[in-house]
Design a protein around this ligand. Structure first.
Ligand code: SF4
Ligand code: SF4
Length: 82
């Protein structure tokens, strides 16, 4: 999963781009639910939030490092698709 750092400027552009609805407004900045973020695996070739973020504040979550297979399994569980 990816994460949003405190460099986030709350520009709102990433939230509608997430195919898993993993991005929501938190207490002060936007947050990514690591249980819903597949790094866009299953949907797109590259993480859509990272593509649009103007301040490049969406790195890999160090406590949620996953393999492509694990991300694909999460995608299937979230979407019910094969
Ligand atoms: Fe959503 Fe994809 Fe960003 Fe994860 S990488 S938060 S799935 S847009
Ligand atoms: Fe924050 Fe980047 Fe999302 Fe804008 S695109 S709300 S700066 S994480």
């Amino acid at each position: 999963a990816l994460m949003i750092t405190d460099e986030c400027i709350n520009c709102d552009v990433c939230e509608p781009e997430c195919p898993n609805d993993a991005i929501t407004m938190g207490l002060t900045i936007y947050e990514i639910d690591p249980n819903k973020c597949t790094e866009c695996v299953g949907h797109y070739d590259v993480p859509q939030c990272r593509q649009v973020c103007p301040v490049d504040c969406i790195p890999l979550h160090p406590e949620h490092v996953e393999t492509h297979d694990q991300l694909m399994t999460k995608y299937r569980a979230l979407t019910g698709k094969e």
